[in-house]
Ligand binder design. Structure first.
Ligand code: PMP
Length: 290
């Protein structure tokens, strides 16, 4: 796999950083993750804007201009053998000569990117939907920053892995926040609900696409706090992320999601949204080729 580290393109296996890197010592950094379809990066401007917001959130000056970011990303995509990829970007506050929490003056940020094959859910999982569990949201008060400090996400995701589920959906003070690496949508009485993009959740790029599609197709939706009770009694639940796209949740804590004949199966609103998403993505790729 191909990587970029501090100005150099190189095989991922040859990339090296200092153990004094503040990403390693303090998780003092942010990241981005861009899906690439047929060598076309999806919503690159939005991902670069979110990267800028994350850098602003940790008071780290962006080491590159958008033009420089795009040049690096496009070269990495071109030099990677698979057409469908995920480009991972990480920026840390760099490596000082000592361990001190205060921002080190004059230290150059570490810029690291690599591309890997895009692996989404299998066709069978898309068709059948996935299991999810719930757990308390253990994270800090700035979940809108895409920080590399992911230990709460790791520990919370492992709970679902341990029980054979695909995601852990987090609850804070009786309200839905998000999945450990996904945003969550709930359908009740035909209305699509998702929590507002405040400091308790990451502003998902896929989430924005889904809301735009709901608007475009005149599907009723509300962006507002979603209570635990609304989640547990939902007609449908789905997850969104760059790799999962729109993925139905069919059991929650072992109980089927939904009611009547749709209980425990991907519901009609979820299926329609996934179809709209696929058409949208294909359109974007066609324009990218042109
Ligand atoms: N929430 C969290 C906590 C995430 O890590 C992710 C994945 N980056 C998402 C939501 C979904 O974001 P996106 O649609 O941009 O992949």
């Amino acid at each position: 796999m191909k990587a970029y580290l501090n100005g150099q393109f190189l095989p991922l296996s040859e990339a090296r950083i200092s153990p004094l890197d503040r990403g390693f010592l303090y998780s003092d950094g942010v990241y981005e993750f861009i899906p690439v379809y047929s060598r076309c990066p999806f919503r690159i401007d939005e991902h670069l804007r979110r990267l800028q917001d994350s850098l602003d959130g940790i008071r780290l000056a962006n080491p590159l201009s958008d033009t420089e970011w795009k040049r690096i990303i496009l070269r990495l995509i071109a030099e990677t053998e698979f057409a469908d990829q995920t480009v991972y970007i990480q920026v840390t506050r760099g490596a000082d000569v000592k361990r001190d929490p205060c921002f080190p003056p004059g230290v150059t940020p570490t810029v690291f990117l690599f591309s890997a094959p895009l692996v989404g859910p299998s066709a069978a999982l898309r068709e059948q939907g996935v299991a999810a569990i719930t757990a308390p949201d253990l994270r800090w008060a700035r979940c809108d920053i895409k920080t590399i400090a992911l230990l709460p996400n790791v520990l919370t995701r492992q709970l679902s892995a341990d029980s054979g589920a695909a995601e852990t959906i987090m609850l804070r003070d009786g309200y839905l926040t998000e999945g450990t690496s996904t945003n969550v949508f709930v359908v009740r009485d035909g209305v699509i609900l998702t929590p507002p993009q405040d400091r308790h959740i990451l502003p998902g790029i896929t989430c924005d696409v889904v809301l735009e599609l709901a608007e475009k197709h005149k599907a009723p939706y509300e962006v507002r706090p979603v209570s635990e009770d609304e989640l547990r009694n939902a007609d449908e639940v789905w997850l969104t992320s760059s790799t999962k796209e729109v993925l139905a949740v069919v059991t929650l804590d072992g109980r089927p999601v939904g009611h009547g004949e749709n209980a425990g199966k991907p519901g009609p609103v979820t299926k329609r949204m996934h179809a709209w998403f696929c058409t949208f993505r294909e359109d974007v790729m066609r324009r990218c080729d042109a």
